[in-house]
Design a protein around this ligand. Sequence first.
Ligand SMILES: Nc1ncnc2c1ncn2[C@@H]1O[C@H](COP(=O)(O)OP(=O)(O)OP(=O)(O)O)[C@@H](O)[C@H]1O
Ligand SMILES: [Mg+2]
Length: 321
Amino acid sequence: MYDDRELILEAKHVTREFPASNNRTLLACNDVSLNLYKGKTLGLVGESGCGKSTFMRFLVSLDKPTSGEIIFKGKDITKLKGEELRQNRQHIQMVFQDPSGSFNPKMKVRDIICEPLLNFNRIKPSEKDATAKKFLKMVDLPESFADRYPHNMSGGQCQRVAIARAIALEPEIIVMDEATCALDVSVQKTIIELVVNLQREKDITIGFIAHDLGLIQSFAHEIAVMYLGNIVEVLPGEDIGKNAMHPYTQALQGAIFDLNMDFSKKIESIDSEAPSPLDVPPGCPFQDRCEYCMDKCRKEHPKLVEVEKGHQVACHKFGQA
Ligand SMILES: Nc1ncnc2c1ncn2[C@@H]1O[C@H](COP(=O)(O)OP(=O)(O)OP(=O)(O)O)[C@@H](O)[C@H]1O
Ligand SMILES: [Mg+2]
């Protein structure tokens, strides 16, 4: 996979600070550099509050980083304004955890799917019905769903409509923020199968946030592991089970007791709670929970370095100059 990848989006040194009480600063993303490749899925995993959503929200221009760049189609999308920003939204779409919350409850599915297409003058109002039916078919829902309201559908059906709406604009990238975690396991599986098939058909790039390491490793081409706002490891999806090197990734891996491991719960193999992003210590962010912590780890922030092709680790145990 590594030789034929086509870079489509490049996040460079992205940092997001949020102002907190008592003049403190919360560091939600710290110098994050990640790439998205055409037709591939990047999975982003890590404990609750580590900054996954904060980062992905930049891609769809729901927030701006404090510093850093996100290069897409030759432009830094964090600097786009006005009409250029609006036009760019067509290319990068998002599917949320709770789609029914982002749907207008008074709108029928036909209008939900076609709204973005009408906004960008891609279809005429007279084409709504045929268009909605075409996209319902793509997400394996009956055409008759065009007349339903959000409250007349199950969670899985709502998520299919959200995916239909997201693909309607023919985006190059879709960001999915825990898009399946509210669904039961069998429905999750069918939604992931749908996403994987659509990705193959349309060569869509996917940024997928998940709590569930078992789920993400089943289909992500590459996985980035985040800890307290920092990317601590990036590796091919299929390697996470056997080649994870960062002590944090290993702890997560070791904590998988079944394929539905929930990161929002305490990780048994790590003793303490994650420190607050308000009190990130100097040196390695993982130092207080790491069984291999050395003197250097308390002083120097480890950089993300390539340890083998397509595998980067930020840990003083490996390859730090
Ligand atoms: N608008 C905001 N203002 C202040 N702090 C924020 C804001 N948005 C996020 N944060 C903080 O930034 C940190 C990262 O939050 P984020 O939502 O990105 O985490 P996450 O990894 O997506 O977590 P989860 O898995 O629970 O969704 C958290 O400490 C959160 O409280
Ligand atoms: Mg989140």
